[in-house]
Write a protein that binds this ligand. Structure first.
Ligand code: ZN
Length: 456
């Protein structure tokens, strides 16, 4: 007998699921499968949903995921870890006892961190003060939270809200806020040749939202697998999976004298499976190596159009990593940024919004970024620096002669030879030439093989 369809298996998802499953075999499809497994879990900034997510994620990461618990009430930087929130059930029943809004159908139906509400009858007007809907998107359920303001509420499609015409409704939120609980986060460290670190950070605090949080999480997991399989790593790579804001603040608090000073480059990863072009938001420093490397890698034509944006103190956890006391070189990599796509923070941010090919392309971009980071400051010496070396004799010169645009590969050869004076590193070569980092890297390899270039 076929398994029952998952609860999020709405008609909209069902319409595209065959395409998702058939499309793009590797690795995007496997990433998407994990995303679909994680999607129904009700996550928040604390609670069992985060632990369950990390347990499943641990099965898809290289060995060594370290899951930490920070007790509720712990002072972390200027914040305090809140009580742990867990929810078992919640509903709005009409006068016939029918669940018109049912947490069991979708975790977005309850305002995250709602205080417990024992079963009770409310008038329609009393209930309405606790309802959230989107009149402009009447078929979608919004995502709402109230972490630090004790309240409760339900989220529902506006068209359903307008159908609630009974005089009285029964409501219940079977949840608890435990002051003896804790906040959970996970981290994985892949040691390298040096203890200088590259940080990748993802938030894991959103309930059933696919592009916003899960796309970053699964992309990070596959990146960790790829890095773990590499024969050597120059840097130590640290992946942290944290609840947004309070999680990164807790992590910074606990690591401020250990890992934090070793971070040389970092990226917050989110929104990497949805629509739109890659968008890189620079670190607060603005000209850190990570900012320059990502810009140089994004010039790779196959990655398509992209956007570069300056830092602003609003967004994901780069806000914390880039706060002036830390001022870490951490940028934020997304596709269409948050709040700029209509599905953002609604039930339409479900697995049908995230496409395997988008996840796979994001993985490819991250692999290129890691390769570039590992080599960005390498310097070279031109071994034939007096006049241009005769490339044609060495089989390196193609269609450069004559009119028309010389190809990128040939321009890269000329730029590398020109700047290989021991003073310019590979990243500067990419910047001066306006070429992608990969083109510079390929030229370096060809010229080294032809004995025209020596690595310093
Ligand atoms: Zn969000």
């Amino acid at each position: 007998m076929p398994a029952a369809p998952p609860k999020w298996h709405t008609p909209e998802v069902a319409a595209v699921l065959p395409e998702l499953v058939a499309a793009d075999g590797r690795p995007g499809q496997a990433m998407h499968r994990l995303l679909r497994e994680l999607y129904p879990i009700c996550r928040s900034i604390t609670g069992e949903g985060v632990r369950q997510t990390l347990r499943i994620l641990g099965q898809h990461l290289p060995p060594g995921l370290d899951v930490r618990e920070v007790p509720s009430g712990t002072a972390v930087l200027d914040w305090t870890v809140p009580p742990e929130w867990n929810i078992r059930d919640a509903y709005i029943k009409d006068q016939h006892g029918r669940r018109v809004v049912d947490f069991q159908r979708h975790s977005l139906h309850v305002v995250s961190y709602s205080v417990p509400v024992p079963p009770q009858w409310l008038t329609r007007q009393e209930l309405d003060a606790h309802l959230h809907s989107l009149p402009a998107q009447p078929t979608l359920t919004p995502y709402r939270t109230s972490y630090y303001q004790p309240t409760w509420g339900f989220c529902l499609p506006h068209q359903l809200r307008e159908q609630l015409q009974d005089e009285r409704y029964e409501v219940c939120i079977d949840a608890d806020l435990n002051p003896a609980g804790s906040l959970t986060y996970g981290q994985l460290v892949l040691p390298g040749d040096t203890d200088e670190e590259v940080l990748f950070s993802c938030h894991i605090c959103h309930p059933s939202l696919a592009n916003d949080n899960l796309a970053g999480v699964v992309t990070a997991a596959w990146l960790a697998q790829w890095l773990a399989a590499r024969p050597r790593r120059r840097y130590t790579y640290r992946f942290v999976f944290v609840p947004g804001t309070i999680g990164s603040i807790s992590w910074l608090h606990e690591h401020r004298h250990s890992a934090v000073p070793r971070i040389k480059h970092g990226l917050v990863l989110s929104l990497l499976g949805g629509p739109g072009e890659f968008t890189y938001k620079r670190s607060r420093q603005g000209t850190a190596a990570i900012d320059r490397v990502v810009a140089a890698v994004l010039r790779e034509a196959a990655l398509g159009a992209h956007q570069l944006r300056d830092f602003s103190p609003y967004g994901y956890d780069e806000r914390q990593y880039c706060s002036p006391g830390f001022n870490l070189p951490v940028g934020c990599l997304t596709r269409t940024p948050f709040a700029e796509f209509p599905e953002y923070h609604t039930s339409a941010d479900n697995p049908s919004l995230v496409r395997p090919r988008q996840l796979a392309a994001s993985m490819r971009l991250l692999r290129l970024i890691c390769r570039a980071l590992e080599q960005h400051d390498r310097r070279y010496q031109n071994r034939q620096p007096y006049g241009e070396p005769q490339l044609g004799r060495r089989g390196l010169y193609g269609a450069l002669k004559g009119t028309g645009n010389p190809k990128e590969a040939e321009m890269a050869l000329l730029w590398v030879l020109s700047l290989a004076d021991g003073q310019h590193d590979a990243l500067t070569m990419a910047e001066r030439s306006g070429l992608s980092f990969s083109a510079i890297r390929r030229a370096v390899r060809s010229l080294c093989q032809a004995d025209l270039l020596a690595a310093l």
